[in-house]
Design a protein around this ligand. Structure first.
Ligand SMILES: *Cc1c(COP(=O)(O)O)cnc(C)c1O
Length: 492
């Protein structure tokens, strides 16, 4: 598709144009007191309906979404969002509810929140859940506040250190910093798992928690997690599980069973609520009983047959979100979990793992797997979880960079995998369970074709992307010096 520059609505504005015609007034007109009508020119654009529809339709064509194409963005679990979730979230009784309505009028919504709590506690293997946080990072922050409140309440205020492995997601240290905790990095071993000796060396009576992602960000399930939990508990600290990778363990194992004390979910990853570019999301947290008194208010509770919002929690850290969290996202998560059922959830994870291992197996002769099986051995010798990491050194040695591969994939219709995380010069590929074998095969064929192309000619990699609205952008300038205003005469 060719893309032409899309003008701003302000540039498209034609004086007098209207998107809708209002019916003629059927009540008598009266003069308003001139003192009340100090109209100022708003300068809002005036646009006809068709032009308005075309403008937004053009912009929507520039979106890349799972509904459009394969989106193997590692760690982000870009799975298909079943449309039945949208149906549930747009039901009149949910979508048009007012957050200030009394509990008695909102029993259905409260029942849904309560049962979602029960579902998530069961999936986590933990005792209580707060649905308030509205993103994974927000869940981390809330959980760290809960841990801090616990230690204050137990006269251990000097526990201010949080340990996290060097493969941790950037939000882990960021959440710690936002909570005033000092983050100390724990080394990973060459096989990608946490170095238990290094962990042991860093544990002390100043450590509040250890943040762990399992399966970790290199796509490996750390089977030492229970030993790690013992070490952490012996030191009087909590094991925090970053639950972003729950898509690999649903119904197979539970964080509470392998020693986690508190965790967050990313409903927008694991439970198929839509996400992209930072929102919207929901990051519920689950925890053991001993941490529950500190969780945010309000908490949805059930008394007899009725549901209500409980604010009477004297040790609560308080509110972390207006009203009841990201309600419509929580409706989608509930719909997804209820539709899957227990067996269905386990099937989700088993299929996600199978897809990742199949894809890795198909491309690994051209895309080396630093944490995979030794050369020549099948994936079964050292399987990955729901995602895998490649460092395609032979391709890099030909002068093609990771970014070149990513940009070339965009022209082939694929969203690039995650790049340079959690290690430099890597691609992190997460196919998810919702893709067919045909899609995985097409993607593998494309990856292998690119590996082959890099042997003959690197120029096409350097030019990519060529068929997108924009070519390569200065991403740092876009983030640090964004141009957010427009005045007539500016170039769009
Ligand atoms: C996505 C992710 C997060 C942060 O979650 P958000 O919902 O994007 O805030 C944290 N840790 C890991 C490993 C992730 O993949």
């Amino acid at each position: 598709m060719t893309h032409k520059t899309e003008k701003l609505l302000f540039e498209l504005s034609t004086p007098g144009a209207r998107a809708i015609d209002l019916p003629a007034s059927d009540v008598p007109t009266t003069e308003l007191d001139p003192a009340l009508c100090t109209f100022t020119e708003t300068g809002l654009p005036e646009i006809g309906q068709l032009q308005l529809v075309r403008h937004y339709t053009h912009l929507s064509h520039r979106n890349f979404s799972v509904d459009d194409n394969f989106y193997p963005l590692g760690s982000c679990t870009m799975k298909y969002n079943p449309k039945v979730n949208e149906w549930a979230a747009s039901l009149d009784g949910f979508a048009n509810l007012h957050p200030m309505q009394p509990d008695a009028d909102t029993q259905g919504a409260l029942a849904l929140l309560y049962h979602l709590r029960v579902f998530l506690a069961e999936i986590a293997g933990l005792d209580e859940v707060s649905l308030q946080p509205c993103a994974g990072a927000h869940g981390e922050w809330t959980a760290l506040k809960v841990i801090r409140a616990y230690f204050h309440d137990h006269n251990q205020p000097k526990r201010k250190i949080v340990l996290a492995p060097d493969t941790a997601h950037g939000t882990n240290p960021a959440s710690c910093a936002m909570c005033g905790a000092n983050v100390v990095t724990i080394k990973s071993r060459p096989d990608g798992l946490t170095d238990l000796d290094d962990l042991r060396a860093h544990l002390s009576d100043e450590v509040a928690a250890v943040m762990v992602t399992n399966p970790n960000t290199v796509g490996k399930f750390d089977a030492h997690i229970a030993d790690m939990a013992d070490l952490i508990h012996d030191a009087g600290a909590f094991l925090y599980l970053d639950g972003a990778n729950m898509n690999a363990i649903l119904g197979i194992t539970r964080p509470g069973d392998f020693g986690a004390d508190i965790m967050h979910f990313n409903t927008h990853k694991t439970f198929s609520t839509p996400h992209g570019c930072g929102g919207p999301g929901a990051g519920p947290i689950a925890m053991r009983k001993q941490l529950a008194p500190y969780l945010p208010v309000p908490q949805v509770i059930k008394t007899g047959d009725s549901y209500s919002l409980d604010y009477n929690r004297p040790k609560s850290i308080g509110r972390v979100r207006s009203f009841h969290g990201q309600f419509n996202v929580l409706v989608r998560a509930y719909a997804y979990i209820a539709a899957c059922g227990a067996a269905g959830l386990r099937n989700v994870s088993e299929t996600a793992i199978l897809c990742a291992n199949y894809l890795a197996q198909r491309i690994k002769h051209a895309y080396a797997l630093p944490f995979g099986p030794p050369d020549g051995q099948p994936m079964a010798a050292a399987p990955c979880a729901h995602e895998f990491i490649t460092v395609p050194q032979t391709i890099l040695d030909r002068g093609v960079t990771i970014m070149d591969i990513a940009k070339t994939l965009i022209d082939r219709g694929y969203h690039p995998p995650t790049v340079h995380f959690p290690i430099h010069d890597c691609l992190m590929i997460e196919p998810t369970e919702t893709e067919s074998k045909a899609v995985l095969d097409d993607f593998a064929d494309t990856m292998l074709e690119l590996a082959e192309l890099s042997q003959r000619d690197t120029a096409p990699f350097k030019a990519a992307p060529v068929n997108q609205p924009v070519r390569r952008l200065d991403e740092v300038a876009a983030a640090r010096k964004p141009i957010l205003t427009w005045t007539p005469g500016d170039k769009t």
